[in-house]
Write a protein that binds this ligand. Structure first.
Ligand code: GLU
Length: 491
């Protein structure tokens, strides 16, 4: 396959959404697979909706995911500029070409008139559309009015007869009767182009071979192919990706679903995933399978995805967001990380929680918790106690179920005695004498070790007890046992 040039072309109008990440991922994979280029283009011609900081968030989001683009607004490239508001002259020149060729025309209708037409059409139960008033103006007259400074916009002159046959790579031929098509606006009154003109011009100008975009663009797809054909350009391969559905599978994913997800520790915005403890590897893997026909459970790194990627195996059927799968992929990728890498990734969560973490201890702790982590921030609930001077213990937790305070204190006192008798406290030296004690005492292993765990770690669930004690160290273990006995003494 010849090198593909792909682009992700988000509008900086809000937070970077999963859907943008998915387009970017497939774009990236296709470009890398074929030895081509992946481009970031910022579509900021709807200046009213532009949100400060959104462009930076998009760039940061792509980098966080590891989807490095080859050309883009901040790094430049041979076909720039890559921000549409910096390409005004290009769009003007192209709008003029279409007008000169008779494929577009200036429209002088006022917003008031257009509103009136719309109201009347609605009364007649027609779909709102431009009524074509300026379509039939004499082109020379229209040109004179434009030259005289009369306010105007440019509309595309849609063919009125016959049909438009557009080809989507995943969906095949999409046939539309031209009489149903509207004369869409190409240039707005603010002198900026609409998406319809700008994207077509840029995709051509930037040599884009495959346009991957959301299924929401299917409705204006016939317009887009007509524009490209009016210029006489070769069409890119059009790939309209599947829609995202709500987690329930019922209905399109909405803004509200994002808020609901957040309550459960998930999100639909890329910026949140890191904070929530997700890894780029996990997120990419999860996204990859929402619209790509690889096996449901395939655990893939970016490199493995590049190897396996094929644009023909993308699917058009909608996919429901499934956050449990995200958990699954995240946990799986965490377990694929080296000890060093995982340690470096969990360290910031401890630091943010105000804990001082020394690397030596951290490298010993990481292997003890890696099997249990679903998200990186789970490290806090499993392993904070390793880095705390003192653990906080709820006194009631120290009374073993079925026993009283005296018996519980006895267990702790005896454990103290046994462990303090050891020169060195390791997993290997600590466990055998404690097991002997369990046998002889008549208490169960669950009672003895459960209580020791509470006393030493301050929690009911922890990494394996004796391995943890080895990391914590003899001195601290003994201090904590003693402390627990003292607490029990107050009962
Ligand atoms: N700016 C468009 C959007 O954000 C891009 C669509 C496309 O990829 O062509 O939806």
């Amino acid at each position: 396959m010849k090198p593909a040039r792909t682009r992700v072309a988000p509008s900086p109008t809000g937070h970077m959404h999963l859907a943008t990440a998915r387009v970017a991922l497939y774009d990236y994979l296709l470009a890398k697979k074929t030895g081509g280029q992946f481009i970031l283009r910022i579509e900021d011609t709807d200046t009213q909706r532009t949100v400060p900081g959104a462009e930076q968030e998009l760039m940061d989001g792509l980098r966080w995911l590891g989807l490095e683009y080859d050309e883009g607004p901040d790094i430049g490239g041979p076909r720039g500029p890559y921000r549409q508001t910096e390409r005004r002259d290009i769009y003007h020149a192209h709008a003029k070409i279409l007008v000169d060729k008779g494929h577009a025309y200036p429209c002088f209708c006022t917003p008031e008139r257009l509103e009136k037409v719309r109201q009347e059409q609605m009364k007649r139960k027609e779909n709102p559309h431009y009524d074509g008033m300026c379509r039939i103006l004499d082109p020379d007259d229209a040109a004179r009015r434009v030259a005289g400074g009369e306010k105007n916009i440019i509309r595309f002159k849609m063919p009125k007869d016959g049909q438009t046959v557009a080809h989507d790579h995943l969906r095949g031929e999409i046939i539309t009767q031209n009489e149903q098509l509207n004369d869409y606006v190409l240039m707005k009154s603010d002198g900026l182009p609409t998406y319809h003109l700008a994207a077509m011009v840029d995709d051509h100008d930037m040599g884009i071979t495959h346009v991957l975009r959301g299924a929401e663009w299917l409705s204006t797809f016939p317009l887009h192919v007509n524009i490209v054909r009016a210029f006489g350009w070769e069409e890119p391969a059009w790939v309209h990706l599947s829609l995202f559905l709500k987690p329930s599978g019922k209905g399109k994913l909405s803004k509200r679903d994002g808020a609901i997800a957040m309550k459960d520790g998930y999100s639909v915005f890329i910026k949140d995933f890191g904070q929530l403890g997700f890894t780029p590897e996990g997120v990419n893997n999860w996204i990859a399978l929402m619209g790509w026909g690889v096996a449901e459970d395939d655990v893939l790194t970016l490199d493995q995805m590049i190897e396996r990627f094929n644009v023909d195996s993308l699917t058009a059927s909608p996919s429901a967001i499934n956050f449990q799968k995200l958990d699954h992929f995240n946990g799986t990728h965490i377990r694929l990380l080296t000890n060093e890498d995982l340690s470096a990734r969990i360290k910031p969560y401890f630091s943010e929680a105000g804990l001082h973490v020394d690397d030596e201890t951290l490298y010993k702790v990481t292997p003890l918790i890696r099997e249990r982590l679903v998200t990186l921030d789970d490290c806090l609930s499993f392993a904070s106690f390793f880095f705390k001077e003192n653990v906080e213990i709820d006194p009631a937790e120290l009374i073993v179920k079925g026993l009283d305070a005296k018996q519980s204190a006895e267990i702790l006192r005896k454990s103290y005695e046994i462990l303090s008798g050891l020169d060195e406290l390791t997993h290997a030296t600590g466990e055998p004498p404690m097991r002997v004690y369990v046998e002889e005492s008549g208490f169960t292993a669950g009672q003895v070790f459960g209580l020791m765990r509470t006393a030493i770690t301050g929690q009911k669930v922890s990494p394996p007890l004796f391995e943890s004690m080895e990391v914590i160290g003899r001195k601290t273990v003994l201090e904590r046992l003693k402390n627990a006995v003292e607490i029990l003494g107050k009962f």
